[in-house]
Write a protein that binds this ligand. Structure first.
Ligand SMILES: *[C@@H]1O[C@H](CO)[C@@H](O)[C@H](O)[C@H]1NC(C)=O
Ligand SMILES: *[C@@H]1O[C@H](CO)[C@@H](O)[C@H](O)[C@H]1NC(C)=O
Ligand SMILES: *[C@@H]1O[C@H](CO)[C@@H](O)[C@H](O)[C@H]1NC(C)=O
Ligand SMILES: *[C@@H]1O[C@H](CO)[C@@H](O)[C@H](O)[C@H]1NC(C)=O
Length: 961
């Protein structure tokens, strides 16, 4: 009776413990939503709307990404890529805030766009004529008392990019209704610098040609802001070097008294001209007995602010500043005071509250606040963390000052450091820091080995000594382990009873192992990210002293705790993988275009490939001893593929010339780590279809103007095993491809010639030894054969299927697990929806029955009826609701768990996650009920206790009988 009671309790416990694999999004994955490095002339604190007092931080980065950041915590509120995708050359982008109507206006390329400052939605957009490029955007001050709700107009300055166009100034209506007037300047020639300024009723167009004959005059054309008619035109004497905003002659364009500022090395004096008065004034800089390297200007940017400005003087060893007051009526300027020279790096920022102007000085140790009226400090805050070379120095700052009643101020400084970190310092304390330098990542590598494992080392030690010493050592080790037991036991109940998502994911992290990614950026630095721990930045090393201008990183490899980076000039930079410190920099003899590693007798051998596609064993750093019979395929300048065998010598074995008009653009091989768990595919009727598995297959992608040919080749002999051709390729679209196991996949975008409908397709091809089950084809039963033998040219049986997809794919990769047992996923980057999806291989199966329902045996295999359209199931999205922009590459790496593959994506945003294509079969899911397990064990123990007297009585009774 009692026994039955216990059993029914157990049954109740089991019934509720169904396994639930809850979505682990936002626990296992991480993302850096980046903007790129903010530019000084397009970054400001502004209220998104006149009815609010909290300001936001707006910027356009030099990758032409516009964004709004919450100054409280550094979170990105919204962003828009002005060129559609982040670009490398967006530094000419413009940004202005139109006063009081909650809109900001950007200019990039030839598009002027107006955005809602609060939510980043597009209000209107105006595209200018082709052949023009925007170099300046200014708001037109609202002079006439316009009724409420009328948006401020903007003037746009464009310069020609072709010889037939002219520099043109447009006035665009603030409500998006288009051009009000335009004024062309036919005299503008290429290489002329031009800038535009609005002030009161006038618009000033300033141009200055460069070159020997140009002299030292700038032309200032004054236009009537209402009509665009030329009012006046005169020449102003200027010096050769422009000191205004963003390297232009004009400064303070957003205030009521804009001026021209120029100078000449060695910066003894500065030429100042107030626009509207042609009288130049020469300001002489204080002589501090030091060579001056740079002078920059800071001024408030508000129509009501006083006309004061600050010159930041950077000497060889010291920085100081001089403050000037402008008399807008007479055009005079006089020096008010100067700020002391310090040996610390300083940056200055100007800001205003109504008419009051403040200057904020940030140094390595403190933040200082001055009024523009006098040199007395209004506030002084020591920095919470003193900057050092490791953190980088502030490159420039933007400040906001809040007056909290009598002589009490709060200062927020948004600072971009030389390391590319954008941070906010509030009264000296760092509030947040955004690693914007990660937006420049263009190459990355997994750091596989984390150095020697401590336990493995101890075990090795025990193996190498005599048994007695080993025994004593092991005893000591276990005793040491026991020290942590009490803490472990104490933490155990909490871990069982109150599991939090964080503990779950930290347990998971322990199981998948430690993974680091080393990223190389176009800013010429290497950064290590902890891929298993939320992508934390481990270290950052600036390699500008080692990498000259125009030299790119071509390959990063991590082994034995060393990060080796090969540069395009052939040199090698080695860093310590744990700390990022420089170990060595060696100049190489062979410039490289690409780099491959092949098997060598002791260590892997590096093969450098020059720009003509010829491989050279890298003997410049270490002697190389490659094993015989390595095969390398390269592509030369003419688009031919060349096969090489590399042993003690380098031999050209074959050349593959694609048909006329085609050029081979890409060669894809199986990944280095591509384990095959099963050599066949078991069909529903228990027969086996044998996979065609060759380590030597490679895919060559050849493209002509409008066609795509894909060759599957045997890389040893150059024999073509299979080809396919697709017509109507849309030029300049991506054709990503991937090869793994016995299959390959590629994607392309094509246009139907008759309907001109554009569609994207993904092709999957599977290779088998023969078309019939249980047949190993011509080479069956052979244990060895030569690739060059007459009977070796056996072609695989290829089955392909094409699926139409809703949007193009820019990059393909395949998931990786340690044994290859877990089914694979195709990791596809979708640039149109800013997402990365994992397409299960089961869906992309080339054997799906066409035009009929699957038979029962096919159903048993998991095959479904072929449908030509492949919809991306929202469940496949690896990025979930996150928007990842500018992803150029996705990398996968096996983890310690067979079920789990680590994924890392970079390009602009950085995204990482862990995927389990066949579900997490080797870990307990979140739905696993630990209290229930404990209760079950307790109940079982209780049950055993309960039935023990019964059993004993029975045994005793039995004996007595
Ligand atoms: C904004 O600040 C002003 C003055 O500092 C204050 O009078 C007003 O109530 C504030 N408005 C909001 C919405 O906080
Ligand atoms: C930036 O570079 C791209 C190509 O690299 C080019 O198409 C574009 O016109 C450039 N844009 C600007 C503003 O220079
Ligand atoms: C890297 O630095 C760590 C700590 O300084 C050191 O223990 C390790 O030996 C270094 N590794 C190499 C390869 O020099
Ligand atoms: C290859 O197999 C043949 C028989 O099939 C045998 O005679 C030959 O010795 C083998 N060669 C090697 C290198 O194992």
């Amino acid at each position: 009776m009692r026994l039955r009671g216990v059993l029914s309790i157990l049954a109740a416990l089991v019934a509720t413990s169904a396994a639930i694999f809850a979505d682990e999004a936002f626990h296992l994955d991480y993302q850096y939503s980046l903007l790129g490095e903010p530019q000084p002339h397009t970054t400001f604190f502004r209220k998104p709307h006149s009815s609010t007092n909290a300001s936001l931080l707006y910027t356009v980065s030099d990758k032409a990404v516009l964004g709004a950041v919450n100054p409280k915590d550094g979170t990105l509120l919204w962003r828009q890529a002005l060129a559609g995708q982040p670009v490398e050359n967006g530094s000419s982008s413009q940004l202005i805030l139109s006063e009081d109507d909650g809109q900001i206006i950007s200019g990039h390329g030839r598009i002027v766009a107006c955005w809602n400052a609060l939510d980043g939605k597009l209000v209107w957009e105006h595209t200018l004529a082709a052949g023009l490029e925007i170099v300046g955007v200014q708001a037109v001050p609202a002079l006439d008392t316009s009724p409420d709700g009328v948006s401020q107009d903007v003037v746009v300055l464009t310069v020609p990019t072709t010889s037939t166009a002219h520099a043109t100034i447009f006035r665009l209506a603030g409500d998006g209704s288009g051009v009000k007037w335009q004024h062309a300047d036919p005299s503008h020639t290429q290489g002329t610098s031009a800038s535009i300024v609005t002030s009161g009723k006038h618009i000033y167009y300033v141009s200055k040609s460069h070159g020997l004959l140009a002299g030292s005059k700038a032309r200032v054309v004054t236009l009537d802001s209402k009509t665009g008619h030329e009012v006046d035109s005169n020449s102003v004497t200027v010096d050769s070097e422009a000191l205004g905003t963003n390297g232009q002659l004009t400064a303070a364009s957003c205030s009521t008294s804009p001026f021209l500022l120029s100078s000449e090395k060695p910066y003894k004096s500065i030429k100042f001209t107030l626009l509207g008065s042609s009288k130049p004034v020469t300001l002489s800089l204080e002589d501090k007995g030091e060579d001056i390297e740079r002078v920059s200007v800071h001024h408030p940017c508000h129509p009501e602010a006083a006309s004061h400005f600050l010159l930041h003087v950077q000497g060889k060893t010291r920085h100081w500043a001089e403050v000037y007051h402008v008399n807008p009526k007479s055009g005079d300027v006089k020096k008010a005071y100067s700020l002391p020279a310090t040996e610390e790096h300083s940056t200055f920022a100007a800001t205003s509250n109504d008419a009051l102007v403040f200057f904020v000085r940030s140094t390595e140790t403190e933040v200082l606040l001055y009024s523009s009226e006098s040199h007395g400090q209004l506030g002084r805050w020591p920095r919470s963390s003193v900057l050092s070379l490791r953190d980088g120095y502030p490159a420039y700052t933007i400040a906001e000052v809040v007056n909290r009643g009598k002589a009490s101020y709060a200062v927020r400084v948004a600072e971009v450091s030389t390391k590319g970190v954008w941070s906010l310092i509030r009264n000296g304390d760092v509030q947040w820091a955004r690693p914007e330098m990660l937006a420049y990542a263009n190459i990355a590598a997994w750091a596989e080995d984390e150095g020697p494992d401590a336990l493995a080392e101890e075990l090795d030690l025990e193996l190498s000594v005599n048994p007695l010493t080993a025994y004593v050592h092991r005893l000591k080790r276990h005793l040491l382990d026991l020290q942590t037991l009490p803490e472990y036991l104490q933490a155990l109940p909490a871990a069982i009873l109150t599991p939090s998502p964080d503990t779950e994911s930290s347990v998971r992290k322990g199981l998948v192992g430690k993974k680091t990614v080393v990223v190389g950026t176009t800013r010429r630095e290497l950064i290590a990210l902890d891929a298993s721990n939320g992508g934390l930045v481990r270290w950052q090393q600036d390699l500008t002293p080692q990498i000259a201008d125009g030299i790119a990183m071509k390959s990063i490899t991590v082994s034995e705790g060393r990060v080796s980076t090969y540069l395009s000039d052939g040199s090698l930079v080695v860093l310590n993988a744990t700390e990022g410190t420089l170990i060595e920099h060696q100049r190489g003899a062979i410039a490289i275009d690409d780099l491959v590693q092949i098997a060598g007798s002791k260590t892997a051998v590096v093969i450098k490939i020059d720009s003509h596609g010829t491989p050279h064993p890298a003997t410049d750093f270490a002697p190389s001893h490659p094993l015989e019979g390595n095969v390398v395929v390269t592509i030369d300048d003419d688009g031919k593929a060349i096969g090489w065998t590399i042993g003690s010598t380098v031999e050209k074995t074959w050349v593959l010339q694609p048909q006329k008009g085609f050029k081979i653009t890409k060669a894809v091989a199986r990944p280095e780590h591509d384990p095959v768990a099963s050599i066949g595919r078991v069909l529903g009727d228990r027969s086996v279809l044998y996979k065609y598995l060759s380590p030597n297959i490679a895919l060559l992608i050849a493209q002509s103007e409008s066609s795509l040919t894909v060759y599957l080749i045997n890389a040893v002999t150059g024999a073509v095993l299979h080809t396919s051709t697709h017509q109507g390729l849309v030029p300049r679209t991506e054709t990503p491809a991937v090869v793994s196991e016995n299959w390959y996949a590629y994607s392309f975008t094509s246009q139907d010639p008759t309907t001109s409908a554009v569609s994207s397709q993904i092709v999957i091809s599977e290779l088998y030894e023969s078309s019939t089950a249980n047949d190993r084809g011509a080479l069956a039963g052979r244990s060895n054969f030569s690739s060059f033998g007459p009977d070796a040219g056996v072609e695989p049986h290829v089955i392909s299927q094409v699926f139409t997809i809703g949007q193009p794919i820019s990059h393909l990769a395949v998931s990786q697990t340690i044994q290859g047992i877990t089914s694979r996923q195709l990791l596809a980057t979708l640039p149109e929806s800013n997402a990365v999806v994992g397409i299960p291989r089961e869906v992309l199966d080339a054997r799906r029955p066409v035009d009929r329902d699957p038979t029962s045996t096919e159903r048993e295999e998991g095959l479904t009826r072929y449908s030509p359209v492949l919809d991306f199931d929202p469940k496949w999205s690896l990025t979930h609701s996150r928007e990842v922009i500018g992803i150029k590459k996705v990398m996968a790496s096996p983890s310690l768990l067979e079920s789990t593959s680590m994924v890392f994506a970079f390009g602009h945003d950085v995204f990482g996650t862990q995927i389990t294509p066949s579900m997490a079969f080797d870990v307990l899911g979140k739905g696993f009920n630990k209290p229930q397990l404990v209760l079950t064990v307790v109940a079982l123990a209780a049950g055993v206790m309960a039935v023990r007297p019964l059993v004993r009585k029975k045994t005793v009774d039995g004996r007595w009988q």
